[in-house]
Design a protein around this ligand. Structure first.
Ligand SMILES: [Zn+2]
Length: 200
């Protein structure tokens, strides 16, 4: 009977979650200072780069995540690492704030969007195929899980703020993707959440 229940749980997890997401426990995240939840599904997806180190295996990516989390929590004094998910050029997605939490990634949009940040600087080259596939897969998974609307719009950080993020090369590529928003995003006015954090 126990085996049977475990099999059912594994099946449910496979359907409802993103199979290859590296959890906070797995990469060694610090606990959050506080947690603010947002309504899902969201209609906006923002893409970032970290403009910091590249990483190509789980160990190096986990180390980089800790550096970024420490910077965001200690220097920026945010509640946690700013983004919802991080992606490495090892082809893995790393859980940051996850699907349901207000982030600190895209000023003015944190409570109505999820943000995916690829680790590295993508001004002069695009992320490798593994990272791009991981990004596409996690967005598709978010739609399956009911966290992102099926007709969502994708933007780069630079679309709403003076920044080169997510890098010139990466941004040019994103503009060719089907959900890219070619007109300025308009934030829904019905949101009852208020901004609790600024972000870069
Ligand atoms: Zn950014």
């Amino acid at each position: 009977m126990d085996t049977y229940i475990v099999l059912i749980l594994c099946f449910a997890r496979g359907v409802m979650s993103c199979d290859n997401v590296v959890t906070r426990d797995q990469w060694g995240a610090r606990p959050s200072k506080s947690i603010n939840l947002m309504s899902t599904p969201v209609s906006f997806v923002f893409i970032h780069h970290t403009a910091m180190s590249y990483c190509f295996d789980q160990n190096a990516c986990s180390q980089e995540l800790k550096v970024i989390q420490n910077f965001h929590m200690d220097n920026r004094t945010w509640d946690d690492i700013g983004y919802n998910f991080m992606i490495g050029e090892d082809g893995q997605v790393y859980e940051a704030r996850g699907w349901d939490r207000v982030g600190a990634h895209t000023h003015g949009w944190n409570d109505v969007a999820v943000a995916f940040s690829v680790m590295g600087n993508f001004n002069d080259r695009v992320p490798n195929d593994k990272a791009l596939t991981a990004l596409k897969n996690v967005i598709a998974c978010g739609i399956r899980m009911g966290k992102i609307t099926h007709n969502y719009k994708m933007y780069g950080h630079r679309d709403v703020r003076q920044t080169e993020c997510p890098g010139n090369s990466f941004y040019a590529l994103l503009q060719t993707w089907p959900h890219f928003g070619h007109t300025k995003p308009v934030k829904p006015t019905s949101s009852s959440h208020h901004q609790t954090q600024t972000s870069d």
